[in-house]
Ligand binder design. Sequence first.
Ligand code: F6P
Length: 342
Amino acid sequence: MARIGILTGGGDCPGLNPVIRAVVRKALLEGYEITGIKNGWKGLVENDTMRLDINTVSGILPKGGTILGTSRTNPYKKEGDLQKVKDNFKKMGLDALVAVGGEDTLGVASKLVKEGLPIVGVPKTIDNDLSATDYTFGFDTALNVAMECIDRLHTTAESHHRIMVAEVMGRHAGWIALEAGIAGGADVILIPEIPIDLDEVCNIIKKRHARGKTFSIVVVSEGAQFKDGSMVTQEKKLDAFGHVRLGGIGEELAAQIEKKTGYETRVSVLGHIQRGGSPTAFDRVLGTRLGVKAVELIKNKKFGKMVALAGIKIIDVPLEEAVKALKTVDMELYDIAKVFFG
Ligand code: F6P
C-alpha cells in the first residue's frame, strides 16, 4: 500500500485543519496510508511523525491552527539537514508528500522536487501574497477578523472623537489592509505597495473633520513605509528564510498624525488575533477542495505541482510558478478604496 505524508509549515492560519482532514479522508478513500509529519520541515529533519487516521481528523474542521504543529525551519539553512530530509523521507516509507504552506514552505518544496522528491503543494497564508492562485485559504478569516476589529474601533472612535489607527498584518503585500479597510469603511488605507505621504494622510483627515466628522479610521499594513523612511521592524534579527519581524508602523504613524493634525490619535495592533480562531465557511470549503485535489494529483503522479484556485475552479500549477514572485495588491481595487477616503 502506498503512503502519503503531510506537513504544515510557516505561520499557522485558519483552514489548515480542513486541509489535513480532506487529505486524510480522500487518501483513505483511495486506499493510501497516511503519515502526519510534525512541525513542518523540522519534522522531516528530525523524523518526528504522528499517526493520522479517520478518528484523528474527526472534529478538526472548525478548529484554527494545525493539529500537526508548524515551524519556520528551513532545511536548506543548516548543513546536513537536507540529507536528513532525504533519509527520513525513505525511513518514513513515503511515496508522496503534501506540503501545506506559503512562500517559504513551498519554496523548499519546489527545490526538493528538483532533487527528485515527489511533492504536491497546497497554498496557505493569511497574507494572500502567493502567485498562481486567486486566493490562499486563511486570508478570508483574517480579513473578517480585521473587519470586525475596524467596526469595533469605529464605535469607540466616534464616541471619543479620536483618530484610530489599526495596524494589520500582511508582510509586504497590502491585501489584508486593503480589503479589511474597504469592508470596514476606513477613511485612509496605507499599504506597502504605495509609500506613505504623511501630508496627504493628514489633509484627508482634516478635510473630513472640516465637513463635520469628529473621528477617522486609518488602516495601515505592517509593511507600509513612509516616503522618506525605512520599514519599521520589531527586531533586526532574520528568521531562517531571511525575514525580519515587522510591526510598529502604526505607533509611529499615530504619533505623526497627532503631531500634524492636533487630533487625539490612538493605535491598535491586531497582530496574531488575525491568524487565530475558527476558519470562515469560505476557508473551510477552499481548504477542503484543495486537500481533495492534492490527493488526486498524487494519484495521477502529477508531482511538482501546487493546487490553486482560478476563478471558481481548482486547478494545478507548477510549484515554481507559485513561488517566483510575490502577489501584491491589485491597483484597480486600491482605486476603488480611494473613492471612500476622507
Ligand atoms: O505570513 C503570515 C504572517 O502572519 C505575516 O502577516 C506576519 O508578518 C508574520 O506571519 C508574523 O510571523 P510570526 O508569527 O512568526 O511573528
